[in-house]
Design a protein. Structure first.
Lengths: 303, 352
């Protein structure tokens, strides 16, 4: 290893350990992804979003909640307010920056709940087979056949408006595709020789599912999650816009559009700017998702 | 003898029987899915934080009145019995009364539904007439500028919040340019001029030959319909493109070209003919999505359809109306899904 550069070590055809092999395949995936310039643009936007969210208090020029009625509805480019102010005189740029936190919070929670729930249901159904499979898949099909936004609306209506409930409602409508995918993967993996070998060595179902089936489902799940993120952001913004997600005075982007809607004809920027932010972030997720699909999942890449 | 007969008989009718079986299975799935939808809405109605009894009797009712209404609503019965009761009512088109105006929810939905239907139908038509040709051309000229344009159009469609795009459309085409009518289905002085026959204003005014009303209705519907059309265009053009690419790389296309057929004939008479079934299923799905996607669009354009109805009910905690609307949209959605599935089985010989 001493006479090898890190790059050569990562690109070797003969990995010396399990960790080595894993790092090498990860690096090769990264190289494919890096050659896709659109995916890199998406990634850059998302990194910027994450940094913005982390350093919001430092970057934001004003407090996002402080109202100043004497300087309300200032246009874009006004002094001290780069993106203008809203109807209560709050700095739109600062609200946008703090809103990045809420967007990331929603995305992260849904990305944790929905795929994990789907993975659990799918692998258990696929591995157990028989009645368990039939029942779990029927439930999945039922949820899959629902109109997602309307169902999320009804859930939020029952649970009450709020950002956590919005996350829960979106997750409840988002898990079925993951379950389908995980089940399909499990069915192909289940009958392979190496799973049989492990089983003969005495591994129980729990160990087989968690240690040997889950890791193989991860890459297709990640691609799917990234592609779904755009839809999740749009759904969350839609709920916020309807007043069912984040509540005022929270600087959630959908809710900001809803506030600006009343002045759209005279003060267009109040609703326009947060919409551009939503568009940019969901576009970034779509670009990155396309790139990840090509890099991790070459079989249906390039369409 | 009987054995031989049945075996030859069985041999001849096996595909048909298998096909009928698969249809029956699909119908079974339909029934179970609908039951599931109703069960979920039922549960949502039960866990909601609003007390349905209190909503009827008011806060100052005595305990005995409360108990009487509690029993009248059947809330003292086991959950399964309540669900059976709910199922029975829904199957008879009874979603209960709206808590706001005390009218039956089913009547309200019947009144607002044509507005949504008109909007979504026009939207999907726009999506088909622009999306299909765009997809075909993008596939034929793969990698050319038009393919890139189609790609960007779809990508932007997948990433843009529909309610925001609607607001921007209103701002530009109504507020600044003044090319289209504003929110609502008609300007106020055109309302109630034509008798309601179908509830679709464009159709009603055409029947009544009242072209002023027709023009006014068109100026109001064109922007929200174009907006929905854009979203269905994004989906339809992508799917058309990938179906066409699959066909164009098939050997029969090469044969057709070698035979000396013109490129136009190869594309439209051969390749396109083979994707029609797949396209119809995509269009059915797109239509189902539009019915749902119209919720946010209707809010932006003050369109008095089922989306506005559900949202208004939501904000005033009118749970019967919310669940009624959810069930109706859900049932249509499920039916269109199954319909596209059946259609596919019916027309695609490979799936038999």
């Amino acid at each position: 290893m001493s006479d090898m550069t890190l790059r050569q070590w990562l690109l070797t055809d003969e990995p010396t350990s399990r960790r080595h092999a894993r790092l090498a395949s990860f690096y090769k995936g990264w190289l494919t992804l890096r050659s896709n310039s659109m995916a890199m643009v998406g990634l850059a936007i998302l990194v910027a979003l994450i940094l913005t969210a982390i350093f919001a208090p430092i970057i934001a020029p004003h407090d996002p909640f402080v109202q100043d009625l004497s300087s309300r509805l200032l246009p874009i480019g006004a002094e001290e307010h780069l993106l203008g102010t809203d109807s209560l005189g709050r700095d739109i740029l600062s609200r946008l920056i703090y809103g990045a936190r809420i967007t990331l919070y929603i995305v992260a929670l849904v990305a944790l709940i929905a795929p994990v729930a789907g993975l659990l249901v799918g692998t258990v159904a696929g591995y157990a087979g028989g009645w368990v499979d039939v029942i779990l898949m029927r439930i999945t099909d039922i949820f899959l056949a629902f109109p997602r936004l309307v169902l999320a609306l009804a859930f939020v209506a029952a649970l009450g408006a709020g950002i956590e409930n919005a996350v829960l409602a979106i997750s409840l409508t988002a898990w079925p595709p993951y379950a389908r995918m995980a089940r399909a993967e499990t069915l192909t993996i289940r009958s392979t020789d190496y799973i049989n070998a492990i089983r003969l060595q005495g591994a129980g179902p729990l160990r087989i599912i968690t240690r040997h089936i889950w890791p193989l489902c991860i890459s297709s799940l990640i691609v799917r999650v990234t592609l779904d993120m755009a839809g999740i952001i749009l759904a969350a913004a839609g709920l916020g816009f309807l007043g069912l997600g984040a509540q005022p005075p929270s600087p959630e982007w959908g809710a900001m559009i809803s506030e600006g809607r009343r002045f759209i004809l005279d003060h267009w920027w109040v609703a326009t700017v947060p919409g551009l932010a939503i568009f940019t972030v969901s576009l970034a997720f779509n670009l990155l998702g396309d790139g990840l699909r090509d890099a991790l999942d070459p079989k249906d890449g390039g369409q | 003898m009987a054995l031989v007969e049945s075996s030859t008989e069985g041999h001849r009718s096996t595909p048909l029987i298998r096909w009928i079986k698969s249809i029956l299975k699909t119908l079974g799935t339909l029934a179970i899915t609908m039951l599931g939808l109703l069960f979920v809405t039922f549960i949502i109605g039960r866990v909601m934080p609003i007390d349905p009894v209190l909503a009827i009797v008011g806060e100052r009712a005595s305990q005995s009145t409360y108990d009487a209404v509690y029993q009248q609503l059947g809330l003292d019965k086991p959950l399964l019995v309540q669900f059976g009761h709910y199922l029975w009512n829904v199957l008879h088109g009874d979603f209960g009364n709206s808590l706001l105006n005390a009218r039956p929810v089913s009547e309200d939905i019947a009144r607002v539904f044509p507005a949504t239907l008109e909007l979504a139908t026009l939207g999907v038509l726009i999506g088909i007439f622009l999306g299909v040709p765009l997809g075909v051309i993008a596939a034929v000229k793969r990698g050319a500028w038009i393919d890139q344009v189609a790609r960007v159009v779809a990508l932007v469609g997948y990433s843009m919040p529909i309610f925001w795009l609607g607001l921007m459309g209103l701002l530009v085409f109504y507020g600044i340019l003044g090319w289209v009518g504003g929110p609502g289905r008609l300007d106020i002085f055109y309302e109630d001029l034509v008798p309601i026959r179908t509830g679709l204003i464009l159709v009603d005014s055409a029947i009544a030959r009242d072209w002023d009303v027709f023009r006014n209705a068109l100026s109001h519907i064109i922007l929200p319909a174009a907006l929905l059309g854009y979203y269905s265009l994004a989906y339809i053009s992508r799917m058309t493109r990938s179906f066409m690419l699959e066909q164009l790389s098939a050997e029969y296309v090469i044969t057709a070209r070698v035979k000396g057929l013109s490129e136009r004939q190869v594309i439209w008479r051969h390749a396109f003919k083979n994707i029609r079934v797949q396209l119809i299923t995509v269009i059915a799905l797109s239509y189902a999505n539009l019915l749902e996607g119209s919720v946010l669009t209707e809010i932006i354009f003050s369109w008095p359809g089922i989306g506005s109805y559900i949202t208004t009910a939501l904000l005033s905690a009118d749970m019967n109306a919310v669940l009624g609307g959810t069930v109706v949209i859900g049932l249509i959605f499920i039916c269109l899904n199954i319909f596209s599935d059946l259609l596919y089985r019916f027309f695609d010989p490979r799936s038999k």
